[in-house]
Ligand binder design. Structure first.
Ligand code: XUL
Ligand code: CO
Length: 443
């Protein structure tokens, strides 16, 4: 049966199309810099926001009634799989992502929960045989159930640590079974509420022990995929251990985990940490650790994780600039960890939201690619740092000088001349590229 009867397969129709259920800018077959947009952007649908969320918030119940809501339990989970693959096919999207609890209900025991997983994973595997949509990543939800109230791998309760290990063990087996491209760890409750009751050192040591056991088990079962840490500074805990990429790198270095982990960077998590999206992508990129992206956006007027669909062209341009400079996302993708607003409660809105995000990222990609082709920022930055390519600057970067020599050099300087950073000029150039790209595709 069809769950989205009013929607046909979404096609690229170009910017002048009046069909709301079409792509205006995302053309999966169009080649940019040697890759098709589909290969480059690797869009992914997040199961939890699209097939589980109902629009409820702390002040009110759900507003979205989905066609699969007339079922319950395992029957509902099966209906969700049918609906999901209909959605993936109609949206023509190459990837999806899920938490264990998104796809199958929890049972009253761990054994029963695992059995429910097996039923639905088997069904997903069948659907994947005839669908082009692959699994970008899966993960274990270790934050919703009350047992994780004090954390999972960082819980003060060793039984919770053990239970969490069992959950990740199962999720790694599922990743292997479904041929997942990556495995994600978002430490939803791996942090603390107050230092008055917290042994931070033990909690962080335990988190590292947990990651090492996950690495060992993945090796044991032949699961050879990047592990991705998804940083977030707060929410649900007051302070989360994977605060941002820089904090994550320090953690991975301290505990000898850098060989196995990269980062899954979420835009709204970056802004919650007081960074821009492009800052987090940049820090990961220059450290060779940009793994994948949770594509969404926050609201500048609201200080929490609103998980909106990423429609901001400026931000998407700067994000794609980092991604293109990284040579693409490798095995990662652009996963829409984004939800429709509570008022957009019709099933069709799920399509409108994804189309909006995909089109906005397609534009960002075109603008970023043109900026890179013309070496706009590269040339400026190269010139700005040119003092390090000759004379004393070259000696500094080659490690051939010292404080004594530098003092002697400084003493004979008459006047130090700086150059303008031209921030406003550069911002104007970005606007010019954005507008030029938009007018060239809107003919
Ligand atoms: C929560 C969040 C998660 C992770 C996966 O803010 O982003 O959905 O992406 O657990
Ligand atoms: Co996320």
């Amino acid at each position: 049966m069809a769950y989205f009867e009013t929607v046909n397969k979404i096609k690229y129709e170009g910017a002048s199309s009046k069909n709301p259920l079409s792509f205006k800018y995302y053309n999966p077959e169009e080649v940019i810099n040697g890759k098709t947009m589909e290969e480059l952007l690797r869009f992914s649908v997040a199961y939890w926001h699209t097939f589980n969320a109902d629009g409820s918030d702390p002040f009110g119940v759900g507003t979205a009634i989905r066609p699969w809501d007339r079922f319950t339990g395992l029957d509902q989970a099966k209906a969700r799989v049918e609906a999901a693959f209909e959605f993936f096919g109609k949206l023509n999207v190459p990837f999806f992502a899920f938490h264990d609890v998104d796809i199958a209900p929890e049972g009253s025991t761990l054994k029963e929960t695992n059995e429910n997983q097996d039923v639905i994973v088997g069904m997903i595997k069948e659907y994947m045989k005839t669908s082009k949509t692959k699994l970008l990543w899966n993960t274990a939800n270790m934050f919703t159930n009350p047992r994780y109230t004090h954390g999972a791998a960082t819980s003060p309760n060793a039984d919770v640590f053990a239970y969490s290990a069992a959950k990740v063990k199962k999720a790694l087996e599922v990743a292997k079974e479904l041929g997942s491209e990556n495995y994600v760890f978002w430490g939803g409750r791996e942090g603390y509420e107050t230092l008055l009751n917290t042994n931070m050192q033990l909690e962080q040591d335990n988190l590292a022990r947990f990651f090492h056991m996950a690495v060992d088990y993945a090796k044991e079962i032949g699961l050879n995929v990047p592990f991705l840490i998804e940083p977030k500074p707060k929410e649900p805990t007051k302070h989360q251990y994977d605060f941002d990429v820089a904090t994550g790198i320090a953690f991975l270095q301290k505990y000898n985990l850098t060989d196995y982990f990269k980062f899954n960077i979420e835009a709204n998590h970056a802004t919650l940490a007081g960074h821009t999206f492009e800052h987090e992508l940049h820090v990961a990129r220059i450290n060779g650790m940009l793994g994948s992206v949770d594509a969404n956006q926050g609201d500048t007027l609201l200080g929490w994780d609103t998980d909106e669909f990423p429609t901001d062209l400026y931000t998407n341009t700067l994000a794609m600039y980092e991604i293109l400079k990284n040579g693409g996302l490798g095995k990662g993708g652009l996963n829409f960890d984004a939800k429709v607003r509570r008022g957009s409660f019709e099933p069709e809105d799920l399509f409108h939201a994804h189309i909006a995000g995909m089109d906005a990222f397609a534009i960002g990609t075109k603008v970023a690619n043109k900026l890179l082709e013309d070496k706009v920022l590269e040339s400026f930055i190269e010139e700005r740092y040119s003092s390090y390519t000759k004379g004393i600057g070259l000696e500094i970067v080659e490690g051939k000088t010292n404080f004594r020599e530098l003092e002697a050099y400084a003493l004979q300087l008459n006047e130090i001349k700086n150059q303008s950073g031209r921030t406003e000029r550069l911002k104007a150039i970005i606007n010019q590229y954005l507008l030029e790209t938009l007018s060239s595709v809107t003919v």
